[in-house]
Design a protein around this ligand. Sequence first.
Ligand SMILES: Cc1ncc(COP(=O)(O)O)c(C=O)c1O
Length: 383
Amino acid sequence: MIRLFAFQTSILFGIPTVIASYIGRPKLELDTPALCIDLGLMEGNIRRMAEFLRRLGKSWRPHAKCHKTPAVALKEIAAGAIGVTVAKVSEAEVMAAAGIRDILIANMIVGQPKWERLAALCGCADPIVACDHFAQIEPLAAICARNGVTCRVIIEMNIGLDRVGTRPGRDTLDLALAVSKLNGIEFAGIMGYEGHLLRIENANEKRRQISDAMAVLAECADKLRRDGLRCDIVSAGGTGSYQISAECPGITELQCGGGIFADPFYLQGCNVSGLDSALTVLATVVSRPTLDRAVLDSGRKTLNPDVQLPIVKGWPDATIKRLSAEHCELTLGPQSQNLKIGDKVELIVGYADFTTPLHDHFFGFRGERLEVVWPILGRGKLQ
Ligand SMILES: Cc1ncc(COP(=O)(O)O)c(C=O)c1O
């Protein structure tokens, strides 16, 4: 029965039969390296984030950059998310193909091919695109008007990250007025990302600075409304700050996405509480050069350590020493020195965003048994 289901899965979703054949089997039988989701923990995180935001009266539009997978986005929507946030037109296309309509592309989209695709997307979904200059939107408007579709647009404001975004005040108001006059475009609101404030250690200081940044957005939204514009969307927030930004008045929705995996970057680096790390790489010990060293088959082509080092699950005295392309070297303490060649080890992914795009599939486990294999359909979608 399990085999039959696995075979059907491979036909239905294009998953290679050899991979689908693992469904129903225990984790330790899976070949490595493999990107594994603890479904119970991820679903718990999704439920808690959705409930928290619902209680505070904010909509949830989770960023999909950490998973790039429609199956995961559909779980978020089933839990109450109003749609999804992405960074690329091609990611939006992947989500739209799965039937998701409300898609925020929280990024500047520039160039004729992308404007054409975005306008085409407006025929089958209801995307929103961010901008911080008229030059990003005027050509899109012309194509949309010609195609008889309307694309929603929000303005990204610089609320201190100094990456992209209009200056709060006159610049934002002028752009909003100009955009709102275009045929083929509906001005839908504003957004800002407080990414520079996630790692402030002092809790009071973090709250103060995030509240100030959110107030800049809320004040600008009020000004736009006083100028006669609709400003339905005031969007902000990442996982590293969502527990604070959700409490700020005037913000209508939050883009926090990575919390569904609750990587150590968020729990340790940003002091986010109430979520459980759900994403691991299962690896195999392939060499034991010395008593206090083990080498795993999960180097940088499997696991990106740049933002936050992975954690060795279940072996508190084992630490990551170095990652090269195909090798992950561990330093072992007295307990983990029992590890031998062929043993499987799980590494908690430090920051999922740079690791998931290295993989073709998520392996979703219910406890220790493989329940589902999801192709990471947004992998390689960079344009
Ligand atoms: C525009 C935007 N929104 C939200 C986020 C936060 O995403 P996450 O909650 O996955 O950290 C980011 C992170 O880079 C971002 O660039």
